[in-house]
Design a protein around this ligand. Structure first.
Ligand SMILES: [Zn+2]
Length: 306
């Protein structure tokens, strides 16, 4: 009897030793957008539990700061954000969370723009009349897959600091992600190869990183001052520009109003292509690679047909 009791204790201890590492709680992480969430999950694997504040179909410039986000942020060990003043709604949420680790300047606050070559940094001070949502440069950098890799590398470095004994796990996931993106990039470049220097108009200034990657040229914006509705004169100017360049395609984010884009399309004899600009915005964009894949295929299809 005594012997079997010892055996049971030994088995319980053995089971605990085997199960303990996998039962270790995952790192609680909050991201501001679904794109960064998708990348953190790809690199972190089963060692992370990630919540995104913005949903894929929302305009990341304007997210309603619901109080429940403060509770989510309170639990977070790490907060990954886009930065460059994209998340103008974030500050009260971070302060309200009372989580010291994720306050700006502290170790849990990770601004992904630090690893990006930022485009369109204003040379002069930007005031609200000029469009007030890109005061620190264009923040829509996740739409260039090269930047997706840079974000993933940053995530791997940061997670390795959090859990040094899992460094090889994060590195392995990172390498797999990089391989998938690089292989996809070959296919994307092939798909876009015949469309080099084709001219498109855009609604909001969200697409410069993607169009630079794709080799396309943006000739104007329906909303030339980001965040400010266009004037009649600005619409007329864009219609003239599109006609002069024989350009017929207008890219619009899913969350923007169709009113002004349709007005321009009607006058320029063009077409509005509604696109997801974040992971999960529409069906078929459940991962970072799927999002870029969707964009490449949708735009290539339209430009090839026109
Ligand atoms: Zn923007």
């Amino acid at each position: 009897m005594k012997h079997s009791y010892k055996l049971i204790c030994l088995l319980v201890l053995l089971a605990f030793c085997i199960l303990a590492p996998s039962a270790q709680a995952a790192i609680e992480i909050v991201t501001t957008t679904t794109d960064i969430k998708a990348i953190v999950e790809a690199v972190g694997g089963n060692r992370v539990r990630v919540t995104s504040i913005a949903r894929g179909h929302e305009d990341p410039h304007f997210v309603e700061p619901r109080p429940t986000f403060m509770l989510t942020l309170r639990r977070a060990r790490l907060l990954f954000l886009v930065g460059l003043d994209l998340e103008i709604w974030l500050k009260p949420l971070i302060e309200g969370s009372r989580n010291f680790a994720i306050q700006p300047g502290n170790t849990g606050y990770v601004d992904c723009s630090q690893v990006i070559g930022v485009k369109e940094i204003p040379m002069i001070r930007v005031d609200p009349s000029m469009g007030d949502v890109h005061p620190s440069g264009n923040p829509h950098y996740w739409l260039d897959p090269e930047n997706g890799i840079r974000i993933a590398e940053l995530v791997a470095r940061r997670l390795a600091i959090e859990e040094p004994d899992k460094t090889s796990h994060f590195e392995s996931n990172l390498n797999e992600f990089k391989t998938q993106v690089k292989n996809s990039m070959v296919a994307w470049k092939t798909r876009l190869s015949g469309l080099k220097n084709r001219k498109v108009a855009c609604y909001h200034n969200s697409w410069i990183y993607f169009t630079d990657f794709a080799g396309l040229e943006i000739i104007g914006y329906v909303e030339p001052r980001p965040g400010v509705p266009p004037t009649a004169r600005e619409i007329a100017t864009l219609v003239t520009t599109m006609k002069a360049h024989n350009s017929t395609l207008i890219l619009r984010e899913k969350y923007h109003s169709d009113r002004f884009a349709n007005m321009v399309a009607g006058r320029a004899d063009g077409k509005v292509l509604v696109l997801p600009s974040s992971v999960g915005a529409v069906d078929g964009t459940s991962s970072y690679i799927e999002l870029i894949d969707y964009l490449v295929n949708a735009i290539a299809k339209e430009l090839t047909a026109s």
